[in-house]
Design a protein around this ligand. Sequence first.
Ligand code: GRF
Length: 215
Amino acid sequence: MSQYYPIDTSSSLISPDISTNNLQPTKPLKLGVMASGNGSNFDVVAQAIQEERLNAQIQVLIYNNPSAKAAVRAANRGVEAVLLNHRDYKKREDLDRAIVKTLQQYNVDLVIMAGWMRLVTQELIDAFPDKIINIHPSLLPSFKGVRAVEQALAAGVKITGCTVHLLRLEMDSGPILMQAAVPVLPDDTAATLHARIQIQEHRILPLAIAAIGNR
Ligand code: GRF
């Protein structure tokens, strides 16, 4: 039987350990955010900009699912939102070409995939080389793909977390920009664990955007 020791659940390890202040991009970054669902990560980026913790502006939100709450969040924040419904496109490449066109129309220089639940093609990657970042709810390279939190629970790991990385064609691969660790508690369900992972996602996503903005 495994033995558990008291864990300070508020503690987490963020790598690298840096403050936002010395990371502020000197020129406002023009962001395009892509989301499929809830959009809490979209919201924290918008909030960081509003609170001047991130020198950026969100040019556009692209969403693929008509009922995505992210679109409501965008409206509430006065951010333009464009629906590109994947069901309207025969091939993944066609959807990605439409995405690229929209991002270019909105003059985006950094693309944030914040819960974008579609596989992407080279069309998108080639249009923004090293300028697309993704957030994933595990400590990559562990637990790639869908249901990453469930995968971590099933594997019985005691620590998991979240990762911000540069996008590559292979799913959830690509150079890691920032990670935060989250302890798995004995009674965790996928929902409780994902909720604590999201708290850390919300901390590291604006930091990682600022960091890459300086490159
Ligand atoms: C996050 O857990 C992210 O890591 C994953 O999808 C989820 C999106 O959450 N890629 P939200 O829509 O930003 O709330």
